[in-house]
Ligand binder design. Structure first.
Ligand code: NAD
Ligand code: MG
Length: 402
């Protein structure tokens, strides 16, 4: 079972000289979405924008749409529909609103690749629709695979849809696997920056506030993933994401703290050889790589200079302090609906922490109690994943009186 799912070339569109690849950016107003639009702007000969979606930031959605002229946009917050429609209809842009509309546009046949950049469980349904209708997926939304990785990847295989990772660690692994079709992975090493609280102990963490946790040392990202990075839940989610993307057994996945974030992750093959992918931490690179795969595009992003960086260091993660990583390891091993339950409880816990309703360490309590409480299902259907998500959310919310 430890044979490797190897990167396969995406459709030929977008390669040099071919037609422009048409991108649908789901979550265009977020950190990943905005950076993807920068990449597209810099490579207007290779990419065009067909779809943009936002939750509630109508101003930015309108601004982006005026500039990139997509065929359709979705504003999830229905109270903003009229505003957006008034601004964009005259430009010939189809404007839709509401959660369901995300699935509706995901099914449209006016684009080639979905950049799945919505945050959280909300990204799952539109991504499934895109796969069902044959679109290549550039996947930033890791929660999609954490919740229902078996179903998502199975559908992708059935529909022959490439799922190309955008998450920097998984992009690194994907890049290391190019040309290794016949070779087996012994293990992968996911690197973690350690976040803003690396080296801290519970007596310190008990008092940290939202403002501290939002200061990530190496990456500038959306609020949810920034908190996940501070608690190490992000690395836990990424272990599960890696399991599904690369068809790995839990024992083949190792996490190592590497505070400089220069090595983005590594693959060790069965001869003991280790390949690493390196570079300065900048999400534009994995975004661009996923969008342009299998070709690389020249750019002028800042380069890493070995003569200026004296040290690359590594240490094991402190899972006694950052217990979320232990919980995620448990979910990775036990599988079933447990990662889905953990993910839902985590989304609620992070929300509660961001609203100053609970403390930093309480997040782990909420997740652990929810994981203990809900009924374990070994082989859930999609419907059961949705139910587990809803139940876990409700239970976690009652724990923190939301
Ligand atoms: P973000 O919070 O900056 O942006 C999220 C986007 O999703 C926004 O466009 C928002 O409007 C939309 N959105 C939020 N809730 C929604 C909902 N309920 N329904 C529909 N749309 C909704 O998040 P981000 O940092 O860009 O991260 C996006 C995804 O990419 C996450 O899954 C994250 O884990 C992953 N990721 C992000 C980074 C990064 O550097 N930011 C790196 C790796 C992976
Ligand atoms: Mg990552």
């Amino acid at each position: 079972m430890d044979s490797v799912k190897q990167p396969q070339p995406a459709s030929a569109t977008g390669t040099a000289g071919a037609a422009r690849k048409r991108i649908g950016i789901f979550g265009s107003t977020g950190s990943i979405g905005k950076q993807a639009l920068e990449v597209i702007e810099a490579n207007a000969d290779k990419f065009s924008v067909s779809i943009l979606t936002a939750h509630s930031n109508h101003d930015l959605l309108i601004e982006q749409s005026r500039k990139f002229r997509p065929a359709a946009v979705v504003i999830v917050d229905e109270t903003k529909f009229q505003l957006v429609k008034n601004e964009l209809s005259s430009l010939g842009i189809k404007v839709l609103a509401g959660e369901k509309a995300l699935e509706e546009v995901a099914e449209m046949n006016n684009y080639d690749m979905m950049l799945a950049a919505i945050v959280g469980f909300a990204g799952l349904k539109p991504t499934l629709k895109a796969i069902e209708t044959g679109k290549t997926i550039a996947l930033a939304n890791k929660e999609t695979l954490v919740v229902a990785g078996d179903i998502v990847m199975q559908m992708a295989v059935q529909r022959r849809v490439p799922v190309i990772p955008v998450d920097s660690e998984h992009s690194a692994i994907f890049q290391c696997l190019v040309g290794e079709t016949r070779n087996r992975i012994e293990k992968i090493v996911l690197t973690a920056s350690g976040g803003p609280f690396l080296g801290k102990k519970p007596n310190y963490l008990v008092n940290v506030k939202r403002e501290h946790a939002l200061q990530h040392p190496n990456w500038s990202m959306g609020t949810k993933i920034t908190i996940d990075s501070a608690t190490l839940m992000n690395k836990g989610l990424e272990m599960i994401e890696a399991k599904w993307l690369f068809n790995l057994q839990p024992r083949q996945i190792q996490v190592v703290v590497h505070p400089q974030s220069i090595i983005h992750s590594m693959v060790q093959f069965e001869d003991g050889s280790i390949k690493a992918q390196m570079g300065l931490p900048d999400m534009k690179l994995p975004i661009q790589y996923a969008m342009a795969f299998p070709v690389r595009i020249a750019n002028d992003f800042p380069r890493f200079d070995f003569t200026k960086s004296s040290q690359l260091t590594f240490e094991p993660p402190d899972i006694r302090t950052f217990r979320n990583l232990a919980l995620a390891t448990d979910a990775l091993h036990r599988g079933g609906n447990l990662p889905c339950i953990m993910n839902a409880a985590n989304e609620i816990a992070v929300f509660g922490f961001l609203k100053n309703r609970i403390g930093f360490l309480d997040m782990t309590e909420v997740i652990e109690r929810t994981m203990e409480r809900l009924t374990f299902i070994e082989k859930p259907t999609l419907e059961e994943y949705f139910e587990s998500d809803a139940e876990a959310r409700n239970f976690a919310a009652t724990l923190i009186n939301l």
